[in-house]
Design a protein around this ligand. Structure first.
Ligand SMILES: Cc1ncc(COP(=O)(O)O)c(C=O)c1O
Length: 391
């Protein structure tokens, strides 16, 4: 009997070749839209099947589901270099941020500094706190799409309770100078919340290295999970600083005491949780995070930066306008390209089998570990055919 040669170790093959077969959609489409949602992998599909199997097989295996929730907490903690008790398992980024916003008091320090590059949910949550005495001050980006540190310096003062920043803007792809903002905030006694939804999974994120007080993110995009699961990090020293009034029984000190007579929030970051954890999304989220760790997040970052260099050079050649800052340390995975009619451009790309998205009149092209130079060239080819839609 002839035995086939054993496959060469996967790790010797560079990205994306060693992993493309894990994402069936790539056989049919050029999927380059991970800023909206990551592609479905074989392991995330299997995780959903495992959830249905466990439900069918065991009815309500609550102990196992609680264990899976703790596994998700630990997995996200490892990912961002936090301890598990510094992580709340939430159903959306908004849920964690809302728990924080309802838990702060605005009597001594009333100002919240927010950039115009935030996802709308962030502005909406902080503005809702106006009813409880918060004042929201916005800082706008400069011409180059980046908020200069001087603008933060002017806005952050002795009355500032918190500065709310995005790691990479969903609108422009620009990164914020997180360390710079943290230093300014520290000097003035303000806290910093980082929205890392557009970065977790696409580049290494380390809460201790960055020095942020709070971080919120979900698994839907570069972490390859599904809707329904997000996380909220709170630095240990600040557990007791917030007394969330948006809450629920999974935030209680002793969940299974089932005490209906008082509110005693958990002494850990679990106080930012609410009701029943999103068990199906947790199965999928753990699979997604594990797959990204297997693929390698630092390697993904390098790979995507190279693809983005090729994309930017190609758009320049076509005479188009790249809105995203070009320097490697100034952008994430997302590249935004100006269009005269972005809906028509997204549709034109879609009819060529290329999946992208748009915001603010800009085309959003967001590569991941599984995208190839051929994918970028396919986008550039379609842009060349629709040159009249580039601005
Ligand atoms: C930067 C950023 N923050 C927040 C969100 C949304 O968070 P959620 O819907 O989980 O509250 C998104 C995308 O959907 C995002 O891109």
């Amino acid at each position: 009997m002839i035995t086939p040669n054993p496959p060469s170790p996967a790790a010797v093959q560079p990205l994306p070749d060693r992993i493309r077969h894990r994402f069936p959609i790539l056989e049919r489409l050029v999927y380059i839209n991970s800023c909206s949602q990551g592609a479905l992998s074989d392991s995330v599909r299997e995780a959903y099947e495992a959830y249905l199997h466990d439900w069918d097989e065991h009815g309500a295996p609550w102990e196992y589901w609680v264990e899976r929730t703790e596994a998700a907490r630990a997995s996200f903690a490892r990912l961002v270099n936090a301890d598990p008790d510094e992580i709340a398992v939430t159903t959306s980024l908004s849920a964690g941020v809302s728990a924080l916003a309802t838990g702060l008091r605005y009597a001594r320090r009333s100002k919240i500094v927010v950039t115009d590059l935030e996802f709308p949910t962030i502005g909406q949550i902080w503005h809702a706190q106006a009813a409880r005495g918060a004042r929201v001050e916005h800082v706008a980006p400069a011409e180059d799409g980046v908020v200069p540190l001087e603008r933060f310096e002017r806005a952050i003062d002795e009355d500032t309770a918190l500065v709310s920043i995005t790691h990479v803007s969903y609108r422009t792809g620009a990164t914020t100078d997180v360390e710079g903002v943290v230093e300014l905030a520290r000097q003035r006694g303000a806290l910093v919340l980082l929205d890392a939804y557009q970065t977790v999974g696409s580049m290494p994120v380390d809460v201790r290295g960055l020095g942020v007080d709070f971080l919120a993110a979900g698994v839907l995009k570069y972490l390859l999970g599904s809707a329904g699961l997000a996380f909220f990090y709170c630095r240990r020293e600040l557990f007791e600083r917030a007394w969330p009034t948006a809450t629920g029984w999974f935030a209680d000190q002793d969940i299974f005491q089932m005490d209906v007579h008082d509110y005693s929030p958990s002494p850990t970051a679990r106080r930012f949780q609410s009701g029943t954890p999103p068990i199906p999304a947790i199965y999928a989220g753990i699979a997604g995070i594990e797959l990204m760790q297997e693929i390698g997040i630092a390697e993904t970052r390098e790979h995507v930066l190279e693809l983005n260099e090729r994309l930017i050079a190609g758009v320049d050649e076509l005479g188009g306008t790249v809105v995203t800052p070009r320097q490697r340390d100034r952008h994430g995975a997302l590249i935004c390209i100006r269009s005269t009619n972005v809906d028509d451009l997204v549709s034109a790309l879609a009819s060529d089998g290329i999946v992208t998205s748009s915001r603010d009149g800009n085309l959003r092209v967001s590569a991941h570990s599984y995208n190839s130079t051929d994918d970028v060239d396919a986008v550039l080819g379609a842009l060349a055919r629709n040159r009249d839609l580039l601005a």
